[in-house]
Design a protein around this ligand. Sequence first.
Ligand code: MG
Length: 378
Amino acid sequence: MSRAGLAAFAANAKRSRGRVYSEPPPVERGEYQRDRDRIIHSTAFRRLMYKTQVFVNYEGDLYRTRLTHSLEVAQIGRSVALALRLNEPLTEAICLAHDLGHTPFGHAGQDALNACMKDYGGFEHNLQSLRVVDLLESRYAEFPGLNLMFETREGILKHCSKRNAKALGDLGTRFLERTQPGLEAQIADIADAIAYNHHDVDDGLRAGLITLRQLARQPLFGDYYRVVREKYPTLATTDRRLVYETIRRMIGAVVNDLVTNSRRNLEEAAPASIDDVRDAGRALITMSADMHERHVALKKFLNRHLYRHEKKLEMTTRVQAVLRTLFNCYMDDNSLMPNEFSDAAAGRPEAERARVVADYIAGMTDRFAFQAHERIAG
Ligand code: MG
């Protein structure tokens, strides 16, 4: 164990590939803590409060937004990182930043913007998250973006098409050579999947799009629902505590399984450094096969019954039309955008102008997009 109590295979600021623009070291906090703090103070982070996770913001005050989702991801990620003696501030930074590039209106918005950008290189929300921290946040006099550490940026870029990876240099290499990212990035990726599987059960029930009867027949939820019913036989089936007791057991079981199984992977692979992790030939942060299967089955159920529910599809059609109209209007007349965007687009070739428009639209909150649409097309 190193001085900081970190495992040898954890990311370590002292052996980091560092920042693009060199800066004096932070005082009284680590480099990855500094990254986390920069992310929390960013404009893009505050906007997550008004961006859809699954349910559009005005549908109800209790549903997850991108902000509360990101906080839940960070909380799960930190627990796993700490249990495995990995870099907790780095894990937290990646988790908090992972959705910064998300468009308004959740996946419907991302699909719509991607379709608009079809002839201009497409739109990928992971890549957009990286654009936000590398370029679009404008807060420092000496460099664009937040100038984050390599390992933080590596973790934010979870997926990337080969075409885009080629243009990214260092950071894109792993998608071309098919190597792994550091363990903290692997944790953030799975913590994201764990968080949404569980909070979507909660939100889906609350919205009445899925029922307890359906869920009780699903793996993972059904397994723990039976445990809870047996333990508290007097709780009425309408009592919401049944759902919460079930969900917290599910999260606990999945996270414990992830830690135990990953610990086993790490013992087997015995990486001596983060570079060994990158070259391990497989992800080392994984659930057991059985748990993974149950987790995926529940995800498929949610996919079928929640994300593709006809009530959600109605909303999808509506918000996609909003984004399409905005995109076309801003392309036709760049001066409809605020100066910093219209200036960036001025005199540029069509594909570059389209990228500026996509950056502007992707940064919008749900409400702002509706208002902009109202102003332009209303
Ligand atoms: Mg997410």
